[in-house]
Ligand binder design. Sequence first.
Ligand code: GAL
Length: 413
Amino acid sequence: MRFRIALLGFMVCMAGPVSAGEVEVLHWWTSGGESKSVAVLKQLMEDQGHTWKDLSVAGGGGDSAMTVLKSRVFAGNPPVAAQMKAPLIKEWAYEGVLTNLDAIAARGRWDALLPTVIRDAMKYEGHYVAVPVNIHRVNWMWVNPKVFEKAGAKIPTTWAEFEVAAKAIEKAGFIAVAHGGKPWQEATVFESVVLGIGGADFYREAFVALKPEALKSATMARAFDMLKTIKRYTDKDAPGRDWNLATAMIISGRAGMQFMGDWAKGEFLNANQKPGVDFLCFPVPETQGMFIYNVDSFAMFEQTKREIQFAQNDLAKTIMEPEFQEVFSLNKGSIPVRLNMPMDKFDQYAVASLKDFSTSTENRTLVPSMAHDMATSPSTKGAIYDVVTLFYNSEMSSAEACKRLVLEVRASL
Ligand code: GAL
């Protein structure tokens, strides 16, 4: 791989002061809570005299954004930074289009300030090529307490209890589960179900090691069946709905619960809802003490103009600084990726998330998100999405879905 040699400090001394530059940043943060979060980074860059060129591509989960990125890089015109997930970082680094960030990382002590699993994900062949932003937890269930109260329903901790609660909520005239019928949202729900039913070791065998025995097991079939059961409690308008509109159904009291990562909290907060009062959140049934992690990060693309390199370096540095780490996650619903940050401004759910992140690391119940590109290559993820969505939207049996999963995953490797 070709690395630009990071001699920026040296260049500054040799060539006099470097002017401010423009950073074009590709991301998919377009919902209310997400836009508010990314605006923090824009402001911090502008405060340093740089110009922010926004390249936002709508579409939760980022598949459309990644398509745009591909066309830009292949046209020889990559953005300065692109939101990206771990396995893809290594794929772009392999293509030789990412910048070496080692000098900034050394100055900022990133090695000491990042959890090991995340630090390693930001590196290619031992060199930093991306900067982590935050940690999201995927296996959350968002609840409207008033809907539960009116339905006389109890918060479910198991899938059996889920069905009891969902029936009660429907009987009381509400939609039990707010869902957006899109492949990435189905995969998001599915991975939490797999974790709950199979446990962390099974999850790793299926979605990290991609073992055929796990993919076609009776446990996987049970997870598929549970996904279909959940579907029964969604509404007929779910197909095609955006995730934040599903969250809006919880906010407005039309629906009782949503299974979604904690970027959903950004929507509740953006609507001035109070955590623990207007909305509640719990681990997805049967996943207590387990943690599906999803780390947002920016990969930095090689640039030739000196002032852009300078601005790019400032962007990387700013993302890891405590000020950004705190404000961004407060808006986004995540937790800071930088270790030992003060948590006094965060709510009880973020504090619980941080605690669960460290205990699940110790207990080996911390697993990477398949649905959010942390576990497999994009092509394998695409293969899993295809099977899950086909199953979700057809009469296919769970046994058939398991068979297809093995075949599609094998073909994607
Ligand atoms: C995830 C991303 C989150 C959030 C979500 C919905 O992949 O990690 O930050 O943006 O998509 O768009």
